[in-house]
Design a protein around this ligand. Structure first.
Ligand code: SAM
Ligand code: FES
Length: 349
């Protein structure tokens, strides 16, 4: 039965393809509560009641790609495009540092305006000013040599969701110019260079089947990344997927819990997308094994323009408001935000 599969998952940290399939398709509400509780206990074993914070700086919404799900895709002509200068970005970091952030995540579309030289200078400026902080990049697919230059400049981590581990599904979400092979090669390159690497996917993305989620789980186990970013797919009204339905809260919490049991010490955020589909989504994510939150540090003047999906939360809030809002939220459920880089730690498990 399903309950024994949950016990087996916690013990072995893996299930077979067939077992995952059964778990995903047949879990009852009661068993889901049990699974979430086990995931939460596992997270507490590794991180106590500490929640790591990452300051997200969305520095450009220009993108050369045309992913069918994404609100800032190249073909969306209704987006007001912006770019932050190095000075703007450093100001975000200044604000963030005072608010207790020790990790800055530089995220953006794939924007050729920012050459490798530019990115290298930017990383060096941040690391020079804030040597006690980690810099995470989330700027898509680049060559091995570019990644290497970023790492040598001092970047610590890299987020690059694999989006789906199934080739056919990958092509249903992306134009032919993008391929799963290239995505995976990029992740392997990042790992080889020495980054702490984050993979991940959207739960409930169009055309996703249970088999695909199982493939995602097996892929994650094999890659064994330091971070896993997952959140529900949410349609954006100006994309080809405008009429597709959004991913469910239940399935997202289920996937978070499974990932926590499978990769006990992985860094696992309760994402903004999760907070968007339910007012307490991020709290429920933490209570399913997540241990990271990523409040927004982008200037309020550009927040609304980084609209990956409809109704994104926090687009009107100052960095400080977001920070304290999240603090209240995690305190209410018995957790604490910490001033810490929150690096990946190897552990006995
Ligand atoms: N350009 C970089 C990249 O491709 O990795 C980073 C920015 S990209 C917008 C960050 C993530 O947003 C993607 O990996 C994707 O999973 C997520 N995302 C995009 N559109 C979304 C949507 N409609 N709903 C939920 N998540 C979405
Ligand atoms: Fe941004 Fe609550 S986290 S306002």
């Amino acid at each position: 039965d399903v309950k024994s599969l949950i016990v087996k998952l916690e013990t072995n940290k893996i299930l077979s393809k067939e077992e995952f399939h059964t778990l995903l398709n047949h879990i009852s509400d009661e068993d889901l509560l049990y699974l979430r509780e086990r995931a939460c206990i596992t997270a507490r074993k590794h991180f106590g009641n500490k929640i790591y914070i990452r300051g997200l700086i969305e520095f450009t919404n220009h993108c050369k790609n045309d992913c069918y799900y994404c609100g800032i895709r190249r073909s969306n002509e209704n987006v007001h495009r912006y770019r932050l200068s190095e000075e703007d970005i450093l100001k975000c970091a200044d604000t963030g540092y005072l608010l207790g952030f020790r990790t800055f995540v530089l995220q953006g579309g794939e924007d050729g305006h920012y050459t490798d030289d530019y990115i290298v200078t930017l990383i060096k400026s941040i690391k020079e000013k804030y040597p006690d902080c980690a810099v995470t990049l989330s700027i898509g697919e680049k060559s091995y040599d570019s990644y290497k230059r970023y790492f040598e400049a001092g970047a610590d981590r890299y987020l690059l969701r694999h989006e789906t581990a199934n080739k056919e599904h990958y092509q249903k979400l992306h134009p032919p110019s993008l391929s799963l092979d290239k995505r995976i090669q990029s992740l392997l390159n990042l790992k080889k260079i020495g980054f702490q690497v984050g993979a991940g996917f959207m739960v409930g993305s169009p055309y996703q089947r249970t088999e695909n989620l199982v493939e995602d789980l097996l892929f994650l186990k094999e890659l064994s990344p330091h971070m896993v970013g997952i959140g529900p797919f949410i349609p954006h009204h100006q994309t080809p997927f405008a009429d597709k339905s959004q991913g469910s809260l239940r399935q997202t919490l289920l996937m978070l819990s499974i990932i926590r049991l499978m990769l006990p010490n992985v860094l696992l955020p309760a994402t903004t997308a999760l907070g968007t589909i339910h007012p307490d989504g991020r709290e429920m994510g933490i209570l399913s094994g997540a241990n990271v939150v990523m409040p927004n540090l982008s200037p309020t003047s550009v927040r609304k323009d980084y609209e990956l999906y409809d109704n994104k939360i926090c687009t009107g809030d100052e960095a400080a408001e977001c920070r304290y809002c999240l603090e209240r939220r995690v305190n209410r459920i018995g957790y604490q935000l910490v001033v810490d880089r929150g690096d990946y730690k190897l552990s006995g498990n």
